[in-house]
Design a protein around this ligand. Sequence first.
Ligand SMILES: Cc1cc2nc3c(=O)[nH]c(=O)nc-3n(C[C@H](O)[C@H](O)[C@H](O)COP(=O)(O)OP(=O)(O)OC[C@H]3O[C@@H](n4cnc5c(N)ncnc54)[C@H](O)[C@@H]3O)c2cc1C
Length: 231
Amino acid sequence: MEFPASIIEVMPRGDLAFSVRFSRPDSFMFLPGQFIFITIGTGTAALTRHLSISSSPSDSFLEVTKGMTGHPFAEALRALKAGDEIVVRGPLGSFTFRGDFNKVAFIAGGIGLTPLWSMIRYATDMLYNSDITLLYSAKTEREILFRERMTEIAEANLHLSIVITLTEPAPGWAGHTGRINRGMIENEIPDWRERVFFTSGPPAMVDAIVAILREMDLPEDLIRSEYFTGY
Ligand SMILES: Cc1cc2nc3c(=O)[nH]c(=O)nc-3n(C[C@H](O)[C@H](O)[C@H](O)COP(=O)(O)OP(=O)(O)OC[C@H]3O[C@@H](n4cnc5c(N)ncnc54)[C@H](O)[C@@H]3O)c2cc1C
């Protein structure tokens, strides 16, 4: 479906990204993990990008979270004010999770967390008892997406564990460091053979993770991926 939506709020998400919340028509249904097309402006000045929905189907509003690239669409999106209108088309995509597996592993870096965040939020709100391990990589602590909500959601959902690794940690960071690699997956997700893997983000990152999972001989039907083409 296609509909005009009214901006509610634009909010920073650390050094990496920002979120935009907007109105959700009662008739707009989507599955966690799906994406939408957002158009800002009209006619020849119109700018359109596909963005994953970072809010949960259980929220009354819609939200997307955009990496700050400094490019025209990103800047126009960030400059929106409450009451401004955008055009939304969707939902699209089959990269979704609604508690359909007992054990899943979510792997993402940077902005790639957005569809997985919707899945985690929804699974938590719906009290699904699927066991979820999120392995997330960011450059710095300030680039961790939804950081302020992570502790709260991990406390609310006893079936969720979150492992964060930083590739450019500041002195004093006590967590994991370096990129996600095979050793990290095997150590942090010891029961990985029992899980369905979901990975999303810029194509280079998704390709790297999928290559590792194949090297581990994980069957193809246990690997779900979403490519953020355009990064
Ligand atoms: C299913 C899906 C879900 C997605 N979800 C998200 C999401 O949740 N959050 C998010 O931030 N992004 C997401 N994306 C990516 C998003 O659609 C954009 O492509 C991305 O955010 C970059 O948009 P931009 O306008 O900031 O940059 P753009 O201006 O589109 O630039 C992107 C790249 O293209 C290059 N480029 C731009 N114009 C040209 C040109 N004329 N010639 C050559 N190179 C050029 C730039 O240098 C840059 O490397 C998703 C993509 C897909 C397919």
